[in-house]
Design a protein around this ligand. Structure first.
Ligand SMILES: *Cc1c(COP(=O)(O)O)cnc(C)c1O
Length: 242
């Protein structure tokens, strides 16, 4: 693996402080001041030293996209006290790497993948948080279950041993048009709200599925306006990817 290290002068703490300020302003603008939107730092393409640099600067939540990179960086991230989420497409034959190092897999979009994760977790005698990845934009290139199938999949996954569905994740539409991007995020929120309401009625058991992981460096304000509980930020903290 040839992963990059940012210039020595890169000030993770300053970049992280800027992102926190953006999040706080966005929360206030959305009437959600103090709602505690979490910042997950996406460290794909960066070497372990760089990822650990972000953790030492206060980024406890780290998102890894590629399992080969997670295998390389996992020990360092664990030693640094990071809580690692898988945010990239997870192939079933790489699921063991996620079970070894991740606290949460945000990219569950099939029952087969969830069943594999569940089996591995039972063997390892551990629990794993998962989110259901939803393709809200309908773009063919994007991973994720179709919006109309998300709730049923979430309920099936929640019923598996050792897995807990903690919410829903999406990669937003890549567009400069605010209304179009926000429509997708609103769709994810509606799915989450349905999960919680159905759980209150006792129809299904998804009361733990309140997270909305949506929004990145370029559009986190729009995601927070639509209810994001966690934003995934790469370049705004780490710098431009090599
Ligand atoms: C890389 C990545 C991000 C962060 O993207 P930036 O634009 O660098 O903030 C967020 N989510 C996922 C799934 C990613 O792969």
């Amino acid at each position: 693996m040839n992963l990059a290290t940012p210039p020595a002068a890169h000030d993770y703490a300053a970049e992280l402080a800027d992102v926190k300020a953006r999040v706080h302003v966005a929360e206030a603008m959305a009437g959600r001041a103090g709602s505690g939107v979490q910042i997950l730092v996406a460290t794909k393409a960066w070497a372990a030293d760089a990822a650990v640099g972000a953790v030492r600067a206060g980024a406890r939540l780290v998102g890894e996209s590629r399992m080969q990179e997670l295998a390389d960086k996992g020990e360092s991230l664990r030693d640094a006290g990071a809580v690692v989420h898988v945010i990239g497409q997870l192939q079933r034959n790489k699921a063991a790497i996620a079970v070894e190092y991740a606290a949460c897999v945000q990219t569950v979009d099939s029952l087969k993948l969830a069943e594999r994760l569940s089996r591995l977790c039972v063997e390892a005698q551990r629990d794993l948080q998962v989110m259901i990845q939803v393709n809200v934009s309908g773009e063919e290139s994007k991973a994720g279950v179709a919006p109309e199938d998300a709730l049923a999949l979430a309920a099936q996954v929640q019923a598996l041993p050792a897995l807990e569905v903690v919410g829903f994740m999406t990669i937003g539409l890549n567009s400069p048009v605010e209304a179009d991007v926000r429509a997708g995020y609103a769709r994810l929120r509606e799915i989450r709200d349905q999960a919680l309401i159905s759980s209150e009625r006792g129809a299904i058991d998804l009361s733990s599925a309140w997270h909305l992981s949506m929004g990145m460096s370029g559009d986190l304000e729009w995601a927070i306006a639509e209810g994001a509980t966690m934003v995934r930020v790469g370049t705004a903290v780490m710098g431009d990817r090599p």
